[in-house]
Design a protein around this ligand. Sequence first.
Ligand code: PPE
Length: 304
Amino acid sequence: MVEKTEKIWMDGEFIDWEDAKVHILTHTLHYGLGVFEGIRCYETPEGPAIFRLGEHVDRLFDSAKIFLIEIPFTKEEISNAIIETVRVNKMRACYIRPIVYIGYGAMGLYPKDNPIRVAIAVWPWGAYLGEEGLTKGIRIKTSSFIRNHVNSNMSRGKVCGYYVTSQLAKKEAISCGYDEALLLDTEGYVSECSGENIFIVRSDRIKTTPLTSILEGITRDSVITIARDMGIPLIEERFTRDEVYIAEEVFLTGTAAEITPVREVDGRVIGNGSPGTITRRLQETFFRIVKGQEPRYQHWLTYI
Ligand code: PPE
């Protein structure tokens, strides 16, 4: 169960957690067109700080633009509402979920005048793939479901309905005893996991999938920046599942998953079966950054 907090911001007002409800004919509930974000706020010596707030709000508006949804608030209003939601709930560290959805009105696929509604909830969320996953690595399985074609699920948007495929893949992986699913794209190349981007390391060189058929992850971008700043060679290039099998290190990135090492893929042990050196260096630096301990990346933090 999600851990309750006090207030949820809905369309400009704070509502008690228990009362944050919608009508059953809410359009998004039936047809899946809504856009959302997942953001984390971390505890720092200077108080709570939201990680890359501006980039997340930009992506929310980009997702809405792609789907011709007009958000009835400005970026500044949404950013302030996110900050206020963390503040009123007195959160030190939390996950933040803004969602823009099509409200109650007409039914049918063309919701011409239905209201566009916005909500922001926060809750404490620990390690997404388990504390042990963060330290020891997880086991992933290539899914029998493929990531939707880029002209079905346009990959720059973070859209509710896209997660139907992710859920199928995740359920399949878990039912086979794995922790997470790796989806291939329509051409058979590695794309991303159900809710994370993927990186591999071979011969001290990092490789991640290009932005063709994946969500433009903000953690992915952070890792690319950190790796380049550390002088570790990194390329964005397509790769196949067998290249993942023979990689020395594999790790996943996402707001929820943070940087999670992978220790096994489809029954093949990665490296020596524990997180590799580069993965650990990136992970340690990432956690120092989000906790406000790396002056160079202070601009990624919005203090409450
Ligand atoms: N790919 C997908 C499909 C995805 O859902 C996410 C985030 C990412 C990549 C990484 O993006 P970013 O968070 O910007 O680094 N997945 C979110 C949903 C998790 C959930 O279960 O809900 C997240 O991590 O917040």
